[in-house]
Design a binder for this molecule. Structure first.
Ligand code: 13P
Ligand code: SF4
Length: 319
């Protein structure tokens, strides 16, 4: 414990010395989220992380999350130094959407507006007309549909299918998935509902349709936290990464949160729904990169300029 306290103090000191700010996702370790809060950084969803990093005047952004978040920060602020506790933390959606295949897919459908999820590489973003995160996917596609546009959506098929069902837009889907959310099981949630009949079910839209169907509310991490506060229920079954429980308990201390099971029937799940890549962010590698300046994120400048266009479109739309 003493060692961890010393690590925390070291990180705080280095953040000041390096003119750096910590930008963390809700799925990271609670210790990292707490540090980001204490030091004037941000703990948020993908959309707010992007905006916060772009608008902050620190010269170095330390992004605790996964690769696409570091890349997004660099694309939006090419003049800033962007560091990550690890450069190995990726995302199954990013891995499942390699630029060559994706680009060929787009070429086959030149009549479609290309909308990609933020969980993609800089190269995939550069090929897109729009980037969206889960908090504004519905609004953007609804807007494009209203303009009479047909959509090519990548990479998350569950989120894309959800957006298609909700908006009625013509959406052609890429076949990708989040390995964490894809594991939630409808039967497990139905079983939990028997134990907690008054609980609301809050679901991230990267989950399969059978799980989304059981939801009282579907939304991004931030939207889940807001719903936990606003819905009258005293208990909430939550289908997203367990990292979010830190913020849920902090923001809504009088309610009980139960993680949705990923195993089949009956299981209550303690070690489930935890993104292995998010979990690679820890106090020790965070302190190490701040000290050494290693693990800097680079994006090819020409590619970055192309990717900045749909990212800026997203931030302007959300504003
Ligand atoms: P949001 O925080 O934007 O909802 O994204 C979820 C996610 O899976 C990020 O990895
Ligand atoms: Fe990717 Fe899923 Fe992990 Fe988010 S939780 S980084 S979408 S694998």
């Amino acid at each position: 414990a003493e060692e961890r306290a010393a690590l925390r103090e070291k990180i705080k000191r280095l953040l000041i010395e390096r003119n750096a700010v910590l930008v963390a996702h809700y799925y990271t370790d609670p210790e990292i989220q707490a540090l980001a809060e204490e030091t004037g950084g941000c703990v948020s969803d993908s959309l707010e992380m992007a905006r916060f990093g772009r608008d902050h005047d620190a010269s170095t952004l330390v992004v605790a999350g996964v690769k696409f978040m570091g890349e997004t920060a660099k694309i939006l602020s090419p003049e800033k130094r962007v560091l990550m506790p690890t450069l190995e933390a990726t995302c199954s959606l990013d891995i499942g959407c390699p630029i060559d295949e994706f680009s060929a897919f787009c070429d086959e459908h030149p009549d479609r507006t290309v909308v990609v999820y933020a969980n993609t590489s800089a190269a995939v973003k550069a090929r897109a007309d729009w980037v969206v995160t889960s908090s504004i996917a519905l609004d953007v596609v609804d807007y494009l549909d209203g303009e009479g546009q047909k959509i090519l959506w990548a990479p998350d098929k569950h989120l894309g299918d959800y957006v298609r069902r909700e908006t009625g837009a013509d959406v052609l889907l890429w076949d990708g998935a989040c390995i964490v959310h894809e594991e939630f099981k409808a039967q497990g949630i139905l079983d939990l509902k028997k134990v907690y009949p008054d609980a609301a079910v809050l679901v991230h839209p990267e989950s399969p349709a059978s799980v989304v169907e059981l939801a009282d509310m579907v939304g991004s991490t931030t939207q889940i936290i807001n719903a936990a506060r606003d819905l009258p229920n005293k208990q909430m079954i939550v289908a997203t990464d367990q990292g979010i429980f830190y913020k849920l308990q902090q923001q809504v201390p009088d309610k009980e949160f139960i993680i949705a099971p990923t195993a089949g029937s009956g299981a209550t799940c303690r070690s489930c729904a935890n993104c292995p890549w998010m979990a690679m962010n820890a106090l020790d590698n965070l302190a190490a990169v701040l000290e050494s300046g290693t693990n800097e994120v680079f994006v090819d400048p020409a590619l970055g300029l192309e990717a900045m266009k749909p990212l800026t479109r997203m931030l302007d739309f959300a504003a």
